[in-house]
Design a protein around this ligand. Structure first.
Ligand code: CTP
Ligand SMILES: C[C@](O)(CO)[C@H](O)COP(=O)(O)O
Length: 228
């Protein structure tokens, strides 16, 4: 059994505007709709838990997509809190060693081929696996005035994407440990790394973009329309 946990309780501060970005439309449907449909269209996926802002007026109320259950819960202050809330909201019949794929609602262009390679990698070893893209640009470190201080060697550097795939019991233990330590993790792998484990990086599509600013939306609109 494989379930998705979809953090969708953010307010989109960097994007701006009144409507949280996960509900903005591109290629005819909200970004969250594209993300959930891509996840649940995959034959190995069994359902999804979506973490929403309290009293979210935008949630369309889906209870199934592609014939698979969609469960909702109230998210938390940070993304990691929302992921943990979604984990706690998993239905009773989801086993404690079930594989969980955590995917940003703001990443609408995830593809089935990437889901298949990620699931295979996560099933092949216990530390988990994440989609990621190798850094292709030269990286610079700067001072507070944006003056270059150094060029950062990019060999072995990756951009973490989502989904990130972990066994339920491991993910719960890792997120609870980070929360108890007062550490705000920016992705699930960071919490698992804190336990001394080494999740595997699975090269994913560069166009599995997270919509963070308005410029991202225009690009995602083009990508989704082309994929339709
Ligand atoms: N407390 C939070 C914060 C974020 N998210 C979700 O985590 C994903 C990635 O987070 P991000 O892109 O940072 O979204 P926002 O937090 O909404 O953006 P910002 O940081 O600009 O406010 C998004 O789908 C967002 O809805 C969440 O579920 N709960
Ligand atoms: C989880 C993530 O998408 C991996 O790159 C990223 O860390 C989310 O960061 P955000 O600031 O919460 O968008």
């Amino acid at each position: 059994m494989i379930w998705a946990l979809v953090p969708a309780a953010g307010s989109g501060r960097r994007f701006g505007g009144d409507v949280p970005k996960q509900y903005l439309h591109a290629a005819g449907k909200p970004l969250i709709g594209h993300a959930l449909e891509a996840l649940l269209a995959h034959p190995q996926m069994d359902g999804a838990v979506v973490a929403l802002a309290a009293d979210d007026p935008h949630w369309p109320g889906w209870t199934t997509l592609h014939g698979k259950p969609v469960v909702t819960c109230v998210g938390g202050l940070e993304r990691a809190d929302s992921v943990l809330a979604a984990l706690y909201a998993l239905p009773e019949n989801v086993a404690h060693d079930a594989l969980l794929l955590v995917h940003d609602a703001a990443r609408p262009n995830v593809r089935g081929c990437d889901l298949s390679t990620l699931i295979a990698a996560a099933n092949a070893q216990r530390d988990g696996a994440i989609l990621a893209a190798p850094v292709r640009d030269t990286l610079k470190a700067s001072d507070a005035d944006h003056r270059i201080e150094a060029t950062v060697p990019r060999a072995g550097l990756w951009r973490a994407l989502t989904p990130q795939a972990f066994r339920r019991d491991l993910l719960q233990r890792a997120l609870q440990a980070a929360q108890a330590a007062g550490v705000t993790v920016t992705d699930e792998a960071m919490a698992v790394e804190r336990l001394g484990l080494h999740p595997v990086l699975v090269e994913g599509r560069e166009d599995n973009l997270k919509v963070t600013t308005p410029a991202d939306l225009a690009l995602v609109e083009f990508l989704l329309a082309r994929a339709a």
